[in-house]
Design a protein around this ligand. Structure first.
Ligand code: SF4
Length: 287
């Protein structure tokens, strides 16, 4: 039986992108190829907020995600990749994951809810494990899945095949059942352009599911970077929708940016994505 290292598994409302407002189970896998220490920082500077979080609180090691501090800068889901917190993310067998999903679903089975497989970077190493999870008897009623990815990881041939079969079995067209919510990291994330902007990879996602790009931005310069990236994705053949989403994992930063980003999106004819988990739930762990 396949195992996945699970950083968080919770039930909430999808706060971003295509499924904003839809009740969803979030399966957050452990591990990421980036750190995104530039978010919320002046251009060119990297935050040390995450690395300054000590492993223990008042000399007691953290035992639960919910006790970890939220950060105003850098990656707001740092505990899903920072090795210091890896022991908070258990390696779980598919059976255990499905049992937990059934416990947290309101009707103890899939109804209208959708599954979000997120991270960290969920396509980094776990592609081989998802079929076993999705083939579990209790998962057959699930109708819609979103993969939230940074868009740097190729789909394996085996996983592409599997997802295409999954759609057929569910008698769904490509745009109804599988979504790739791709958030390529712009220079404001602190990651290098050549590592983060990978148009040929996204083009492959479009073969399998409904794919859109979601750029996290704060300033006009970030939006100019997004437009440059959009040009590269379009040139490679990507023709899906594009969202701008405000930076801000905590409310004080989010409220500084959300209206301006909405206006910048409108001015360019791009879609705006909120991040509803911030105003609704303060972006606490498990929301
Ligand atoms: S890609 Fe996402 S999970 Fe990974 S460090 Fe960046 S913001 Fe965090």
């Amino acid at each position: 039986m396949s195992k996945i290292k699970i950083a968080e598994l919770f039930y909430s409302i999808q706060g971003e992108g295509r499924y904003m407002g839809v009740p969803s189970v979030f399966l957050r896998t452990f591990g990421c190829n980036f750190k995104c220490a530039g978010f919320g920082m002046p251009r060119g500077e990297l935050s040390t907020e995450v690395e300054n979080i000590s492993f223990a609180h008042s000399n007691t090691p953290y035992t639960d995600y919910k006790d970890l501090p939220l950060v105003a800068t850098g990656c707001d889901s740092y505990a899903s990749w920072d090795p210091r917190f890896k022991d908070l993310s258990p390696m779980m067998e598919s059976n255990g994951i499905v049992n937990r999903i059934m416990e947290i679903l309101p009707h103890k089975r899939w109804e209208e809810e959708h599954l979000v497989i997120t991270g960290g970077e969920p396509l980094l190493g776990w592609q081989r494990a998802y079929p076993d999870l999705l083939e579990h008897d209790s998962m057959h009623r699930l109708k819609e899945i979103t993969f939230e990815t940074n868009g740097t990881q190729k789909l394996t041939l085996e996983f592409k095949d599997y997802l295409n079969k999954w759609k057929l079995r569910n008698n769904k067209s490509w745009c109804e059942s599988i979504t790739f919510s791709v958030s390529p990291k712009l220079p404001c994330s602190g990651e290098k352009w050549e590592d983060a902007i990978c148009p040929s990879i996204i083009y492959e996602y479009e073969d399998v599911g409904y794919t859109y790009l979601k750029f996290v931005v704060a300033t006009e310069q970030d939006v100019a970077d997004a437009e440059c990236a959009i040009g590269a994705y379009r040139k490679a053949g990507f023709d899906g929708p594009i969202y701008l989403m405000p930076v801000g994992g905590v409310e004080s930063v989010y409220t500084l940016n959300n209206r301006r980003v909405a206006e910048l999106a409108m001015a360019r004819g791009l879609r705006y994505s909120d991040r509803l988990q911030v105003p609704l739930f303060k972006n606490e762990w498990g929301t």
